[in-house]
Design a binder for this molecule. Structure first.
Ligand SMILES: CC(C)(COP(=O)(O)OP(=O)(O)OC[C@H]1O[C@@H](n2cnc3c(N)ncnc32)[C@H](O)[C@@H]1OP(=O)(O)O)[C@@H](O)C(=O)NCCC(=O)NCCS
Length: 245
């Protein structure tokens, strides 16, 4: 039985759409008490184990918002939602019969938290704060496919950092959509990043139909951040929304 008013319900994304929610908070501290109260005992325990306070606070807020957000799609109390995790840790909702099928994924970096909500198809989202202190060509050499490395080398030095983070977030979003996480070799699939076109998956060693199977979007969630969302199936519409407390 739900006590979430119907007026606060969010419509479940249509088959060809993904909803991307962004939340930015310069400080998590003032939000802690309202979000902590909706977490499960297991989530509270996980939060208590972070060594850094900033990581703990962001975890509490990110998972509190996740519960409130999904509660509004499903007309359920945030604290009543249940999750289970796949083999490599991808969380998914445990839904009782009669509830609409929705899938989600979340990512956080710095003070930005992103959520993707889709229909029943798998979805993966990533966000990274763009760092200028990295040797991106060296990192690409270690982790990217040979065609990605070649493309990154062709980019001017001033553009190579942002190009690297576009590739990185696309690659991580793909692994998160699959649910594999970074245990899957990053060299075994390849992305295209072309400023004139939408990004895409060029090939994956274990999936000859990869380009048809997934829809790919690059995101610019906030100044200094790169992001990407990848959804299963033909998804043509990305609806961006901002979460406010
Ligand atoms: C998933 C993963 C790529 C996330 O990387 P990250 O940049 O640190 O974190 P992000 O902010 O992008 O995403 C974190 C969120 O993704 C979700 N997530 C966790 N595992 C996931 C997976 N396998 N697939 C998709 N999403 C996952 C969770 O909601 C997580 O939130 P939380 O950390 O607050 O619980 C990374 O943690 C990973 O590779 N995990 C798999 C580890 C693994 O293979 N373990 C099995 C060993 S046998």
């Amino acid at each position: 039985m739900s006590t979430v008013p119907l007026s606060e319900r969010y419509s479940v994304p249509e088959n060809d759409a993904v909803h991307v929610w962004s939340a930015f908070f310069p400080e998590f501290e003032p939000l802690l008490s309202s979000y902590e109260r909706v977490l499960s005992p297991a989530e509270k325990l996980k939060a208590s184990r972070f060594l850094k306070r900033a990581d703990r606070d962001r975890y509490i807020v990110a998972h509190g918002i996740l519960r409130e957000l999904l509660g509004k799609y499903l007309l359920r109390e945030p604290s009543g939602l249940a999750f289970e995790t796949g083999k490599f840790g991808k969380p998914k909702l445990v839904l009782d019969s009669g509830l609409p099928l929705i899938s989600f994924n979340l990512a956080h970096s710095g003070d930005v938290i992103l959520y993707a909500v889709a229909n029943e198809g798998q979805v993966g989202i990533d966000v990274e704060a763009v760092r200028t202190d990295l040797n991106v060509l060296e990192l690409a050499q270690a982790h990217f496919s040979s065609d990605e490395i070649e493309e990154l080398r062709a980019v001017s030095p001033t553009e190579s950092v942002s190009a690297f983070f576009r590739y990185w977030t696309l690659k991580e979003a793909y692994l998160k959509a699959r649910g594999d996480g970074l245990g899957f070799p990053l060299k075994d699939f390849s992305m295209t990043v072309n400023s004139n076109k939408l990004p895409s998956i060029r090939w994956a060693a274990d999936d000859p139909l990869v380009a048809e199977r997934w829809s790919v979007f690059g995101l610019s969630p906030a100044p200094g951040y790169a992001g990407a969302v990848i959804c299963e199936g033909k998804v043509a519409k990305l609806v961006s929304r901002h979460w406010t407390t």
